[in-house]
Structures are given as structure tokens and as C-alpha cells.
Design a protein around this ligand. Structure first.
Ligand SMILES: O=C(O)C1=C[C@@H](OP(=O)(O)O)[C@@H](O)[C@H](O)C1
Ligand SMILES: C=C(OP(=O)(O)O)C(=O)O
Length: 425
């Protein structure tokens, strides 16, 4: 979609950043919490959920299906479940979590539920999930496309049982079936067959949050997950700060040789962003986790990295931005599935780094970035929140970088420009 707003002049760091930041809640945890709460037996409290485009879309969709979702105090949200009801229309925007987590829930609804979203949402994979739901008893009209738009003709219940699918395109296919699986008459047994499933921490997050809601999950066999039929009891779910959105802030300390502390960093978490501690240490930072939060200190040196990012693909745009400023080459692999994220992130990163004078090259499943001095210019974001924040990271070290459509950060972090101004002031 053409964007007519003026470009955002990325602040260049006049001195090393030195700041402490508190970040809003995790998108992935918030949208899982809303689904589990909506499927619960009794009202559930979601503590400190994220407010952003993706989470507002999830809340809006659940409301359209009859769930009560209302603020509770300053920071929390009370979810009052109801048997899902059509006819309803779900706008998924460009949220993978809405596009994948809600079709299984819609199959439990009484009535038709129509799904559509941004033009890009129609290009993002959902076919293996649709096929799996059909095998589990759902009636779905997708016009034979295996993609959005589609209509789920809910009958108030879904048989469930065993199903095999290829989830190499997105871990969200598996998470989706598991999240609603306890409410299927026979529960669900999901078996993956194909190249490896990406985003293992997100699968762990699904399993952990289900168990915390009293659901019996067996994940003891690789590539097989069993959810027993039974009630969901979400009770109270506390949402952690979004550690993937911590990435550009920690990167700011790394590339300016400064210090950033991210408050309330969990001691134990399933969020993929926790891997930043190791990745950014390898790239030249010094990291400490204590009561103040996670502190990253830059050393003035930024090193390239060779890394398989399959498990933490979401972190790629930020790591690539740091790599573009590094003294030595980087090789990022295991991330072919990123070509079907918000945009083709591999192509977009290579194009934008090279547009600033850099030396990046696509691989079938990743990218190579070699050191070369960058210059100012427009960094395009392709409706991708993580592209926009990556442009901001490069702009700290390279004068004259302008990020196109900074507002796209609203997908998961609407406060990004203000928070960034806070660390660069
Ligand atoms: O389950 C989740 O919350 C997510 C899983 C991952 O999806 P993919 O496995 O499709 O990469 C990740 O990239 C996405 O941002 C969020
Ligand atoms: C891939 C991402 O999002 P989505 O949930 O839309 O898949 C992301 O946030 O990096």
C-alpha cells in the first residue's frame, strides 16, 4: 500500500546510548492469553497485555465471536468467555497469530465465520492448517485456494483426534491446533512431517501456557503433540515484556558502545528474545541479568555472526541490522520461512542494506552480510514492524537514514518512536 506520510528521520547517536527502558507486553503471549481465556470455563484476567494492532485485532475478532473483553483497572483486561457464535467476520490484518490461532476456535462456533485481512495476509501460508482442520472434521470454504479469504462453517463442535501436517512453513499451524485442542471432542494429536518446524520457543510457549491453564499436553515425542480433551481454566495470565521488541533497544547499546537496561526481563521464559543474550554477546556485547533487568553494554566493537536462526527467526531483522554495522561478515541461515512473514524479509533486508551502500546477498534460506561502510538514504519498511525498527538501528550509526512508514511499528509496538526518542535524547 503506498504510504504518503513523511519518512521518519532516524536519530543518529551523538554519544553512546545510556538508558533504562520498560517495554510493553509480548504479542505472542498476549494473543495466546486471549485465546485461552476465551476458551475458558470462567472469566479470566489477563495482566498487562500488549495494546497494539495485532492484539487489538485478536480482541476484536474474539468479541465478534461473542467473547467479552474489557479493561480491568489501569493495565489489565478481563475476558468473559461465551460459546463462540457466528455469523461473524474476522479481520486478521497481517497478524499471523490471528490468521492461524482463530480458525480452530471458529470451527467450534455455531455459524459461519469469515476470515480475511490485509493483501499480504492472503499471501501468507495457512493451507496446511486448513487441511488439518478439515481432517479433524471442520467444514471450510476456501474456494480451493488454501489461503485467505475463507469461511469456516462452524457447527458448535469439532471431532478432533489425530492429524498429520507439514508445519515447516510456520510453527503457528501447530500452536493453533494445540491452543483450541482441549475443546475438541476427542482432543487432538498433531504430528509434523516435513522439514524442521521453525520457532521452537514459540511451541514451548504454547505448551507452557496450556499447562498453566490446566490443559494436559504431552510433548514428549519429537514432532508429536497430544492435547487431552477437557476444560480450559486460564484463571489469571501475566504477560511478560516483549523480548523480541527488546532487540532493537539492546542493539542500540551494542552499535553505539553504550548501555541499555531492559526492565523486568524474566529469569525464565519461553520467549525467543531470550536468545539475544547469547547472540549479542557473540556480536560483541557484554550482558548481565540481575534485579535491574537485562543490561547490555557495548564494547565499541561489533562482530559479525554465523548463526542458524530457525528457532528465533523473528530476531533476524535486528540481527541483520547489527551485522550490517559489524567489522566482520555474517551468515544467517535456517530462515527460508521468513520469505512469507510480514514481507519477504530476506529479500527486503538485502535490498535495504544494499540501498545504503552495504554488501548483502540472499541465500535460499538466509543471507550473507559483509562489512562495507554505509551511507544515508531511505530505508523502506514493507509494512513490516521489524524492518522499520531495523532501519532505526542502522540510523543510530549512519547519519541521514530515513525510515519509510515508521507507523508500521504499531503492529506490535505503537510506542516505538517515543521509546526510541527516550534512549537517543
Ligand atoms: O506463535 C507465535 O506467536 C509466533 C511464531 C513465529 O511464527 P513462525 O513460526 O511462522 O515464524 C514468529 O515468527 C511469530 O512472530 C510469532
Ligand atoms: C512474523 C511475525 O509476526 P506474525 O505473528 O504476524 O507471524 C513477527 O512478529 O515477526
Amino acid at each position: 500500500m503506498p504510504n504518503s506520510a513523511p519518512h521518519w528521520p532516524a536519530p543518529t547517536a551523538a554519544r553512546p546510548v545510556d538508558a533504562t527502558v520498560g517495554l510493553p507486553g509480548s504479542k505472542s503471549m498476549t494473543n495466546r492469553a486471549y485465546v485461552l481465556a476465551a476458551l475458558s470455563e470462567t472469566p479470566a484476567l489477563v495482566r498487562r497485555p500488549l495494546r497494539s494492532r495485532d492484539t487489538d485485532l485478536m480482541a476484536g475478532a474474539l468479541r465478534a465471536l461473542g467473547t467479552g473483553i474489557a479493561p480491568h483497572g489501569e493495565e489489565d483486561v478481563l475476558v468473559t468467555p461465551a460459546a463462540p457464535q457466528g455469523p461473524a467476520t474476522v479481520d486478521v490484518g497481517n497478524a499471523g497469530t490471528v490468521m492461524r490461532f482463530l480458525p480452530p476456535l471458529a470451527a467450534l462456533a455455531q455459524g459461519d465465520v469469515r476470515f480475511d485481512g490485509d493483501p499480504r495476509a492472503r499471501e501468507r501460508p495457512v493451507g496446511p492448517l486448513i487441511a488439518a482442520l478439515r481432517a479433524l472434521g471442520a467444514d471450510i470454504d476456501d474456494g480451493g485456494r488454501g489461503a485467505l479469504p475463507l469461511v469456516i462453517r462452524g457447527r458448535g463442535a469439532l471431532r478432533g483426534g489425530p492429524v498429520t501436517l507439514d508445519a515447516s512453513g510456520s510453527s503457528q499451524f501447530v500452536s493453533a491446533l494445540l491452543l483450541s485442542g482441549a475443546r475438541f471432542t476427542e482432543g487432538v494429536e498433531v504430528r509434523h512431517e516435513g522439514p524442521p518446524v521453525p520457532s521452537q520457543p514459540h511451541l514451548d510457549m504454547t505448551v507452557r501456557m496450556l499447562r498453566a491453564a490446566g490443559v494436559q499436553v504431552d510433548s514428549g515425542t519429537p514432532d508429536v503433540w497430544r492435547v487431552a480433551p477437557g476444560p480450559v481454566k486460564a484463571g489469571e495470565i501475566a504477560v511478560e515484556p516483549d523480548l523480541s521488541n527488546a532487540a532493537p533497544f539492546l542493539a542500540a547499546a551494542l552499535v553505539t558502545g553504550g548501555r541499555i537496561t531492559v526492565r523486568d526481563w524474566p529469569r525464565a521464559t519461553t520467549q525467543p528474545g531470550d536468545a539475544l543474550r547469547g547472540l549479542f554477546t557473540e556480536m560483541g556485547g557484554q550482558v548481565a541479568l540481575d534485579d535491574a533487568g537485562l543490561t547490555l553494554r557495548g564494547t565499541g566493537r561489533v562482530r559479525g555472526i554465523t548463526a542458524d536462526l530457525r528457532d528465533v527467526g523473528e530476531l533476524t531483522p535486528t540481527i541483520a541490522a547489527v551485522a550490517a554495522l559489524a567489522e566482520t561478515p555474517s551468515r544467517l541461515t535456517g530462515i527460508a520461512h521468513l520469505r512469507r512473514h510480514e514481507t519477504d524479509r530476506i529479500a527486503a533486508l538485502v535490498r535495504e542494506v544494499n540501498a545504503l551502500g552495504g554488501d548483502a546477498e540472499e541465500l535460499p534460506d538466509g543471507l550473507l552480510i559483509r562489512p562495507r561502510p554505509l551511507h544515508g538514504g531511505v530505508f523502506r519498511s514493507y509494512d513490516d514492524h521489524r524492518m522499520a525498527t531495523s532501519g532505526a538501528v542502522i540510523g543510530l550509526a549512519v547519519p541521514g537514514v530515513e525510515v519509510e512508514d515508521i507507523a508500521t511499528t504499531g503492529k506490535t509496538l505503537p510506542d516505538f518512536p517515543e521509546l526510541w526518542a527516550g534512549i537517543t535524547a
